[in-house]
Design a protein around this ligand. Structure first.
Ligand code: FUL
Length: 481
């Protein structure tokens, strides 16, 4: 008899479980692609501006530079990649060609490249050394190919230059392995009498998708990721990953009559039509290229931490430029400050005071464990708390076990289902009164707050307003001096 009861009980329990399974929230109308989610999780990307400008001490070359000036005798891309890795960067992007048109790889389509330089007797390839070094350190690779080209004779003869540009892109996207980000800047300094080039962006996009289907394209207009609207390294507040894509029609080209186009990039727009998350490009020095006169003006570790909070901490990526010297090496000052930046971040986020602590929620989706509040303190990007469909305000309450001093909060939404939260507040229990540490707007992939230290055992995250039932993937509380 006993033998038969056991399988029946098992079947009944399994059936009850199945019946109780609660569906996850329906995704928002606009959600990220898996590549965009993976990209957002990189958080830190390094930019490397290097080329003839490094040798002429300029920011924008004229395209007339003699290739003979390019001779970075000690060039060591492994030094760049190692420094990037030590700094916690997950991807590294090189200026394969800047506005001067000089190619860091031996392009078949021009002589204005490393092959006409004395470096390695014209047999070198910076792009090759760069991608190999990056991959050896486990970094993803991106390439910048400036559309504006002050050297190419065909520039301004639109169809001819478009073909030249596509040929170069084909070389870069066919011969150097997996490229995860292709960077199209929007600059063009041609004056009123300058050359007028009409780019063929649809053809460029098609080519990238054909050669590197998983790559994300960066520009003011996306389509993969967007410029954040300034070069200071700071995202807007709020910062939505959804934008109105009609405001920017091409890199450097806002739609006619578009008002506050840069602000639209800063803030995004929850009523927009496309998921194009923001990337905050900024240089560790005043210039994008290395200028010895700026050796004393390298951003300090504290300044970099501040930028991290205003970029990664506002639902964007931090793209930090570190420009090699004429020798072809990162300068000691840059490496030192970047390393110190990493140490500071590691120190701030060393101990999450909320980790595995008890959490309760005013509402839990279908009362299901699958969406329980405990999911926000399990340090997993794949589990999350969610509310019922009709619920757009809710509170998560944390018990830290004993009074704890904290001054930093980290909050993450579960973005594969879209970005939802419009307003949130962080509160702590002081005696019998709930006091506010921070009142804020959007969350997205990651929101970071810093505030004057408070000591409390009970803490609340209040979701004040959400476009649909909210999700939260992780919450962290930390103390930093
Ligand atoms: C801009 C360029 O004009 C600057 O030189 C730099 O490369 C920056 C990242 O993008 O469009």
């Amino acid at each position: 008899m006993k033998r038969r009861i056991f399988p029946i009980a098992v079947i009944l329990i399994a059936a009850a479980r199945f019946a109780a399974e609660v569906a996850p929230p329906a995704p928002m109308k606009i959600v990220p692609s898996p590549q965009q989610v993976a990209w957002q999780r990189l958080e830190l990307t390094m930019f490397v501006h290097f080329g003839v400008n490094t040798f002429t001490n300029r920011e924008w070359g004229e395209g007339k530079e003699d290739e003979k000036i390019f001779n970075p005798e000690k060039l060591d891309a492994r030094q760049w990649a190692k420094a990037a890795k030590a700094g916690g960067f997950k991807q590294i992007i090189l200026t394969a060609k800047h506005h001067d048109g000089f190619c860091l790889w031996p392009s078949k389509y021009t002589n204005h490249s490393v092959k006409s330089s004395p470096w390695k007797d014209g047999k070198g390839d910076v792009v090759r050394e760069f991608v190999d070094a990056a991959r050896a350190e486990g970094l993803k690779v991106g390439l910048y190919l400036s559309p504006w080209d002050r050297n190419a004779p065909s520039y301004g003869d639109s169809p001819r230059y478009n073909e030249y540009y596509r040929n170069q892109l084909t070389e870069l996207l066919s011969n150097y392995g997996e490229i995860t980000e292709v960077w199209f800047d929007g600059a063009c300094g041609e004056g009123p009498n300058g050359k007028r080039q009409v780019y063929d962006w649809p053809a460029v996009h098609e080519l990238v998708l054909k050669l590197q289907p998983a790559a994300l394209m960066f520009s003011d207009a996306g389509p993969g990721v967007r410029w954040i609207g300034n070069e200071k390294g700071t995202a807007g507040d709020p910062c939505w990953s959804v934008v109105n894509s009609k405001i920017w029609i091409a890199p450097g080209k806002a739609a006619d009559g578009a008002r506050d186009a840069n602000k639209a990039l800063q803030n995004g727009d929850p009523a927009g039509d496309a998921w194009i998350p923001g990337e905050c490009d900024v240089s560790i020095r005043p210039g994008w290229f290395n200028h010895p006169a700026e050796d004393g003006k390298v951003k300090t570790a504290d300044e970099l931490v501040d930028l991290y909070f205003k970029s990664v901490g506002r639902n964007a990526l931090m793209l930090l430029n570190v420009p090699p010297t004429r020798d072809g090496l990162f300068h000691d000052n840059d490496v030192r400050n970047m390393t110190e930046f990493r140490h500071k971040l590691d120190k701030i986020f060393a101990k999450n005071l909320a980790a595995t602590r008890p959490v309760t929620a005013t509402n839990t989706r279908g009362k299901s464990d699958a969406f329980a509040a405990a999911n926000v303190v399990d340090d997993s990007a794949y589990t999350y708390w969610a509310a019922d469909d009709n619920v757009t305000t809710a509170t998560l309450e944390f018990d830290l076990g004993s009074p704890q001093k904290f001054s930093v909060a980290m909050i993450q939404e579960y973005i594969p289902l879209g970005q939802r939260i419009e307003k949130h507040t962080l509160q702590y229990l002081d005696g019998d009164q709930w006091k506010t540490a921070v009142t804020s707007s959007t969350i997205g992939h990651k929101r970071l707050h810093r505030f004057a230290p408070v000591t409390a055992q009970k803490v609340r995250l209040v979701i004040d307003q959400s476009l649909a039932c909210p999700t939260i993937s992780n919450v962290g509380l930390y103390f930093a001096e």
